[in-house]
Write a protein that binds this ligand. Structure first.
Ligand code: SAM
Ligand code: SF4
Length: 342
């Protein structure tokens, strides 16, 4: 029997020990970023040496192996995905899976700073919906949070994406004493432009300067404040991730709540995360990981890669154990969000 005759057998969908089908891969294509958001990075981040990164071809190969094993949705993230050199090449090559129908969605999460430059190309490569992170509409506060971002550039980027027909979802991290007085305004602005808004609770990842316990604002508080003025109707929309949605009757838009610390969302988890060095994290909230770089570099044939993927998925844990400990401010997970991309 020829080796290729065996391949269909190894291409069975990836299903973890708890019966969850892995259909969603997030890839952090770089740990670098042009911003230094206070909750995400320290002012002086040590970035990875470039030689440790997977090449764009290697990233494509791993992503394509996941697509062959049932991944239907790919999200590129970072760091800031659009700062990686020649990143459009990766979008271009991955778009072939959209054309064959093997992939349902190719998308990205971005801070929006380079969207004006890339919106048209992204649309050309089949990117239809994107997430843009934006925590405030106040230019001074924006600079404080991002330490170096320019709000106008991001708003122009969002406008450029909308002009080329992409649907934009806004992601905002809820920060106590920083943007808690602005959530309603962010919602009205987003919904006014036909964009949904997802609110995220601060997660304890990586050492940063500011005490995360101080930044932590439970979304239950935000939600009940919104309920004082708006009618929130539970919405069945699900992505397989931690977000739960409500439809705001008065605006018609959706508000998502990502509350990994206060709710358990793991039973429907359909995703894994690949870093730019080829490390696969099976859970955002756990340290266990698998090295796919060795498998990719060891052979041009995908057999070893498929085997490494199978072994990794067999270890996907049932759930995370995030806690923001109010006595000691150590992060629950040592790596920064910019490593796994959130
Ligand atoms: N640079 C891109 C961006 O900002 O959209 C993509 C990467 S960023 C790490 C992905 C998302 O994670 C952003 O929405 C960001 O606000 C969020 N994030 C970063 N650090 C976080 C933390 N400690 N807790 C909760 N969300 C965080
Ligand atoms: Fe960069 Fe995104 Fe992290 Fe902000 S949240 S520092 S934009 S990676």
């Amino acid at each position: 029997m020829l080796l290729q005759d065996l391949k269909p057998l190894t291409r069975a969908p990836l299903i973890d020990p708890f019966g969850r089908k892995i259909s969603y891969l997030r890839i952090s294509v770089t740990d670098r970023c042009d911003f230094r958001c206070v909750y995400c990075m320290s002012e002086h981040m040590q970035f990875l040496p470039r030689q440790e990164l997977l090449t764009l071809e290697e990233l494509d190969r791993i992503a394509s192996a996941f697509v062959a094993r049932g991944t239907r949705k790919l999200r590129l993230t970072g760091g800031e995905p659009l700062v990686r050199r020649d990143i459009m090449q990766l979008f271009r090559t991955l778009s072939r899976h959209l054309e064959t129908g093997a992939l349902e969605e190719l998308t990205l999460t971005t801070n929006g700073s380079l969207l004006s430059k890339y919106a048209q190309e992204l649309a050309d490569y089949g990117v239809k919906r994107i997430n843009v992170s934006l925590d405030t509409l106040d230019p001074d506060k924006f600079r404080e949070i991002t330490r170096r971002g320019d709000l106008k550039v991001v708003l122009d980027g969002i406008a450029a994406a909308r002009r080329v027909g992409m649907r934009v979802k806004i992601n905002a991290v809820a920060l106590k004493g920083v943007n808690d007085d602005e959530i309603e305004q962010l919602m009205l602005w987003s919904h006014g432009l036909g964009m949904d808004l997802t609110l995220i609770e601060v997660m304890p990842m990586g050492e940063i300067e500011a005490g995360r316990v101080d930044q932590y604002l439970p979304l239950s508080v935000v939600r009940s404040r919104l309920m004082d003025r708006y009618t929130l109707i539970d919405d069945p929309y699900r992505t397989g991730g931690p977000a739960r949605y409500v439809r705001v009757k008065e605006t018609g838009g959706l508000v998502g709540f990502i509350t990994p610390l206060t709710h358990n969302f793991c039973e429907s988890c359909n995703r894994v995360r690949l870093t730019c060095t080829g490390t696969l994290y099976m859970c955002l909230g756990q340290e266990d990981a698998a090295d796919l770089r060795a498998a990719v570099r060891g052979s041009m044939d995908d057999t070893a890669l498929f085997q490494a993927m199978d072994e990794a998925i067999a270890r996907k844990p049932k759930g995370h154990d995030f806690i923001i400990d109010r006595r000691q401010s150590k992060p629950a997970v040592g790596r920064h969000m910019s490593v796994t991309g959130g």
